[in-house]
Write a protein that binds this ligand. Structure first.
Ligand code: NAP
Length: 256
């Protein structure tokens, strides 16, 4: 037998997402909004959720606060009813608060950061799981902060480490079921993230993106679509994507 003759050489076709049904949390801004748009362009029917419901552009637009059990239950019931089922869950809603040493942290900020990034994501996953059929994919929004710690980001770093731990634990628990699971871990992406982190301080927020060509929300949406469209036997476990001039959460080379 010729060397390599037993290796299958045909390329298996990418998945067509036309007609699939998706929930995207945090679809009112940034990465979530870009992802909802990219999914709609790929023929996916999207139910978007966020607190600022008036900013949602999705076919189905519903109020959602992932920190509230009742809000999540109401959102999932209404989204599933209007979509008629579920194929894709993008757990994107998230935030950081502050960029100071941990001594300056507050009970309130800690509760919000863990409540949105961790408890909200876990809750939405639990509520959505029963609605998947024979083709499912969960995409969780991680971060480079969930891979390597950086100074002044303790609660966000801890929350995103938790997200990655949960993603891999869920992968274990779902093994054998027709649900794929991916964590997408972006670096510096220009969105409202920094404005939220610095509690509305526009100057501090703008400085985060100054002198560096950051990622755009569309770059992350493209990564998500890549994972979703892989042939069905392929599970992309994680995608780590950074700006070219960024090596880690804290190490960024800026133009002078
Ligand atoms: P963004 O522009 O501030 O968007 C955050 C989204 O999360 C908004 O749609 C917001 O909607 C939603 N959200 C916040 N709290 C919520 C809650 N309690 N319930 C429901 N939705 C809530 O920031 P982004 O950069 O696109 O962030 C999206 C995700 O990417 C987050 O998980 C973030 O940690 C992650 N990420 C961002 C970066 C970055 O550099 N930008 C890097 C790595 C990872 P409402 O305010 O309308 O509720």
């Amino acid at each position: 037998m010729a060397r390599g003759a037993s290796i299958k050489s045909e390329v298996v076709a990418a998945q067509d997402l036309t007609g699939k049904r998706a929930i995207v949390t945090g679809a009112s801004s940034g990465i979530g909004r870009a992802t909802a748009r990219a999914l709609a362009e790929a023929g996916v029917r999207v139910a978007g959720g966020a607190r600022r419901v008036e900013r949602l552009e999705t076919e189905i637009a519903l109020e959602l606060d992932v920190t509230e059990q009742d809000s999540c239950a109401r959102f999932v019931a209404a989204a599933i009813e209007q979509l008629g089922g579920l194929d894709i869950l993008v757990n994107n809603a998230g935030l950081a608060l502050g960029r100071a040493p941990f001594d300056e942290s507050s009970e309130e900020d800690e509760a919000t950061v863990f409540g949105v990034n961790v408890a909200g994501l876990v809750r939405m996953t639990r509520l959505c799981l029963p609605h998947f059929g024979d083709w499912g994919h969960i995409v969780n929004m991680g971060s480079v902060a969930g891979r390597v710690a950086y100074e002044g980001g303790a609660t966000y770093v801890a929350a995103k480490f938790a997200e990655r731990g949960f993603t891999y634990a869920l992968r274990e628990d779902l093994l054998g079921r027709p649900i794929r699971i991916t964590t997408v871990d972006p670096g510096l992406t220009e969105t409202e993230f920094s404005l939220v982190r610095f509690k509305g301080d526009e100057e501090k927020a703008a400085a985060v993106y100054r002198g560096v060509d950051p990622l755009h929300p569309e770059d992350i949406a493209e990564c998500i679509v890549f994972a979703l469209t892989r042939p069905w036997h392929v599970n992309v476990d994680e995608i780590v994507v950074k700006a070219r001039n960024q090596a880690s959460g804290a190490r960024i080379i800026r133009d002078q």
